[in-house]
Design a protein around this ligand. Structure first.
Ligand SMILES: [Zn+2]
Length: 381
């Protein structure tokens, strides 16, 4: 892997242990979220946004700019971190939003955006990430739209537009596509706590070329040339082929497809590709996708399910058969808010169930230990 981006060592997530992160997840009474729109602007201003809940005294927004070297991808600081906005109401607010319209930064730049919420008691919450602005100078590489970590330490998600989506947003497909990237990242992936609360482990990018998805063979083709994918795979841990018409979505290795507008497909397939989760519904064909040997969300036989129930935190009586033909069992509940990997996938409130979450947190722990994706790729074989 070539290293394109050098990220300061002080990033919050690097220093935290898994248990620290779990505590953060469980005991968070103050929430700070930052975002920007559009996620990649070639010529125009970018709106920086932060919102915080809790007892918030004020929010401060800062930015810093870097010039990207078109040859080796290294970055040189162009301007230091500077304060661009303070949102400071007369009385502390329980829900405070703050925005700033940052003028266009020029071609070939990276912007570091820091949102900081200062609580009534003086403590602070900070979130920082980077994104590219202007024309991206490294040909064939994925364009960073929300980077938290060095790619070697992150789950690198590259969004690839399918030609049918590009046809739908004709006559300006790429500029229109850039305007809807945040629908998928902020609107869909961050709508699910298991991704949102751990967003610091993810980097998001989009590809400079389209890629085609063949739904009947679950086959993915990227770019015009077989070599095109090389520049993407240097960085990508997973590639999301985003299309607009309704299709039979699937995951093949670490590549997956989804309607760009449908959270239930996007989050389900990300569960396969990034976490290595298995389907919890009755599958006609299991093949190589039987239960995982470690931290699985499905089980080979009832006894295996019953044995793991205490670790998952559910009563053994929740064990039910998922795929009778192969004696595969599941434990995650179904229903309106049932597990998104199973029969409840398309229900309005479906989300990852406890067995899925156990594997998700285990996966994130591996990532913090320096193995972000190789294990998933191996297990998917
Ligand atoms: Zn599935």
């Amino acid at each position: 892997m070539r290293l394109y981006f050098v990220i300061p060592e002080s990033y919050l997530l690097r220093a935290l242990t898994v248990s620290g992160l779990l505590l953060l997840l469980a005991g968070c009474d103050t929430d700070l979220k930052t975002s920007h729109e559009p996620m990649h602007s070639i010529y125009n201003s970018v709106t920086l946004k932060a919102s915080a809940t809790g007892v918030i005294d004020r929010i401060e927004l800062r930015m810093k700019r870097f010039v990207i070297d078109p040859v080796d991808g290294s970055e040189t600081e162009e301007s230091p971190l500077f304060l661009v906005q303070i949102c400071d109401p007369v009385f502390p607010a329980s829900n405070l939003k703050c925005t700033y319209e940052a003028p266009w930064s020029g071609h070939g730049k990276m912007v570091e955006f820091e949102g900081r919420a200062i609580l009534w008691n003086g403590t602070t919450r900070t979130e920082t990430y980077r994104f590219a602005t202007g024309r991206y100078p490294i040909a064939g590489s994925p364009i960073p739209i929300r980077m938290n970590l060095n790619p070697l330490e992150a789950i690198d998600v590259v969004i690839v537009p399918d030609p049918d989506l590009m046809n739908d947003i004709y006559p300006y497909p790429w500029s229109s596509f850039r305007l809807i990237l945040d629908d998928l990242v902020d609107g869909i992936f961050f709508d699910y706590a298991a991704i949102r609360e751990w967003r610091g482990l993810y980097n998001f990018y989009y590809s400079p070329e389209t890629g085609e998805f063949d739904e009947f063979n679950c086959d993915f083709t990227y770019g015009d040339d077989v070599d095109d994918i090389d520049g993407i795979q240097v960085v990508a841990d997973t590639m999301v082929y985003a299309h607009s018409r309704e299709m039979w979505d699937c995951t093949n290795g670490t590549q997956f497809s989804t309607e760009i507008w449908y959270d239930k497909s996007a989050v389900h397939e990300l569960g396969h590709a990034v976490i290595g989760l298995r389907d919890e519904y009755n599958v006609a064909y299991v093949g190589i996708y039987g239960p995982q040997a470690t931290m699985g969300n499905t089980f080979q036989g009832k006894a295996a399910c019953v044995a793991e129930a205490p670790d998952i935190g559910l009563p053994a009586s929740y064990c039910v058969i998922a795929t009778p033909a192969y004696d595969i069992w599941r434990i995650d509940p179904t229903g309106p808010a049932g597990c998104i990997m199973g029969p409840s996938q398309h229900n309005e409130w479906s989300d990852f169930g406890p067995a899925c979450n156990r594997r998700i947190f285990w996966r994130y722990g591996k990532c913090l230990d320096g193995d972000c994706m190789s294990l998933v790729a191996l297990e998917a074989l």
